[in-house]
Design a protein around this ligand. Structure first.
Ligand SMILES: Nc1nc2c(c(=O)[nH]1)N[C@H]1C(S)=C(S)[C@@H](COP(=O)(O)OP(=O)(O)OC[C@H]3O[C@@H](n4cnc5c(N)ncnc54)[C@H](O)[C@@H]3O)O[C@H]1N2
Ligand code: MOO
Length: 408
């Protein structure tokens, strides 16, 4: 029976509608790296808290920039000069040190000559006079919103939070995910793999894809192709927020994920999306008896390794970002040009593996959804809409970046 397939956008919207951000926890800033802010972050202090010098030199009054001056003291970082700088006086000042009262210009040391306590101008005076001064509040002031809710805490955001006076940050607890490899042909031992077997590689791949999103991941399987074994594996994953299966999502006699989910008491939300690779992806939910009102979400990914990767990229990663309360959950597209011709597309939107050098993209010659070597050689997915015409060298094309998951 033929049935209209969901578009990628509709399927993503349906999945994301099933998931609200997880509970808020307060963790120290370094532990928050990789998580997303649960509330806007307000500065608890002003930075800089005082006018500071941005250079090593001498602090003087802007009214007398021609000198000469008499050296009357020093302001070093952490050790301010507590006197007043009068006309004709200079204070030795270092980068990051507080500007003394009365001084409103800094002359860099390369532009003066100091003999004993006598300082004379040998170069150029700063123009404007406060060129080398970092004003109080230049970076942020107490009460400013320095990060919006949903911002991802990376190195710069962690530093900003600490500079703004925070020891702890409100983020969402890590999503718990269980990844299940399934299929009779799979072996967990890549070194002892018989001819009729293949190494179970999807579980490791999906775990690695989820790792930058700070998920607590555990693995099950490979699980054999029987209803009982699959239901038992699902039972073992009963505490997970998200269960990810790979394989058995299609229409063959041994494709048991849908019947197993049904037997386990999960409700199918959708099955099959108009994308290539990845068409047989399914999404289901299950209410946990006696537990929270939050349903478990099951992502049934296709077994072909590239189909698994692509559906994890477009569904699992956005879902994890949604559970984290991320501001941006969908991957970013970049416009570029084709460095080689790309064939016209059929009725399913296709994502071609490609190699992008920052200016142009070359599609990989092998696009079979079982071909891992071409996936490993690619850094983008080229977006080919349904029925897109053939394009030539130099034509515009859009790509999704793989290296940071689009937006991490
Ligand atoms: N008659 C039809 N056949 C197929 C259709 C269809 O519409 N009609 N869809 C095809 C598409 S598209 C895809 S994608 C695959 C998806 O199939 P399954 O999700 O049922 O995956 P399996 O058959 O179990 O496996 C496919 C392939 O991937 C290998 N595999 C599975 N799991 C793993 C793993 N954990 N690690 C590494 N490799 C794995 C498996 O050995 C197979 O080679 O169905 C098409 N068929
Ligand atoms: O869509 Mo399947 O994912 O073509 O190989």
């Amino acid at each position: 029976m033929k049935q209209a397939l969901l578009s990628l956008e509709d399927a993503q919207a349906r999945l994301l509608a099933l998931a609200s951000p997880l509970d808020v926890v307060h963790v120290d800033v370094e532990g928050a790296v990789g998580h997303f802010l649960a509330h806007p972050l307000l500065a608890r202090r002003t930075q800089p808290a005082l006018d500071l010098s941005a250079m090593d030199g001498f602090a003087v009054a802007a009214a007398n920039l021609a000198g000469p001056w008499r050296l009357v003291g020093e302001s070093a970082a952490g050790h301010p000069y507590d006197g007043h700088v009068n006309a004709g006086e200079a204070v030795r000042i270092s980068t990051g040190a507080a500007l003394p009262a009365g001084a409103d210009a800094v002359i860099i040391q390369e532009d003066v000559s100091l003999v004993g306590h006598s300082l004379t101008l040998t170069g150029v005076a700063p123009q404007p006079p406060d060129k080398h001064i970092r004003r109080r509040g230049m970076d942020f002031s107490e009460g400013d919103e320095v990060l919006p809710s949903g911002a991802r805490i990376g190195p710069a955001q962690a530093a900003l939070a600490i500079a703004a006076g925070h020891r702890h940050l409100p983020v969402r607890r890590a999503p718990r995910i269980v990844v299940i490899d399934s299929g009779d042909e799979l072996t967990a031992d890549p070194e002892g793999c018989a001819l009729h077997q293949i190494p179970a590689s999807n579980g490791a791949m999906l775990t690695a894809l989820a790792a930058p999103l700070s998920a607590e991941t555990s693995r099950l399987g490979p699980v054999p192709d029987t209803l009982e074994a699959l239901v038992q594996a699902l039972d073992e994953a009963a505490d997970a927020d998200v269960i990810v299966t790979s394989g058995g999502a299609s229409v063959g006699d041994h494709d048991l994920i849908r019947p197993a989910l049904q037997a386990w008491g999960a409700d199918l939300d959708f099955w099959r999306v108009a994308i290539k690779p990845g068409k047989p992806i399914l999404v289901a939910t299950r209410m946990r008896p006696g537990k929270s009102a939050r349903p478990q979400i099951i992502l049934g990914l296709p077994g072909n390794p590239v189909s698994s990767f692509v559906t994890a990229y477009y569904f699992l990663l956005p879902l994890l970002r949604q559970l984290h309360g991320a501001g941006e959950v969908l991957p970013l597209k970049v416009a570029t040009t084709a460095a080689a011709p790309i064939r016209g597309n059929g009725p399913r939107r296709e994502f071609l593996r490609g190699d992008w050098d920052g200016r142009q993209v070359v599609p990989h010659p092998l696009q079979d959804s079982g071909a891992l070597a071409s996936l490993a050689a690619s850094n983008v997915l080229i977006d080919r809409p349904a029925h897109a015409p053939e394009i030539g060298v130099g034509d515009k094309v859009e790509v999704f970046l793989l290296q940071n998951g689009g937006i991490v």
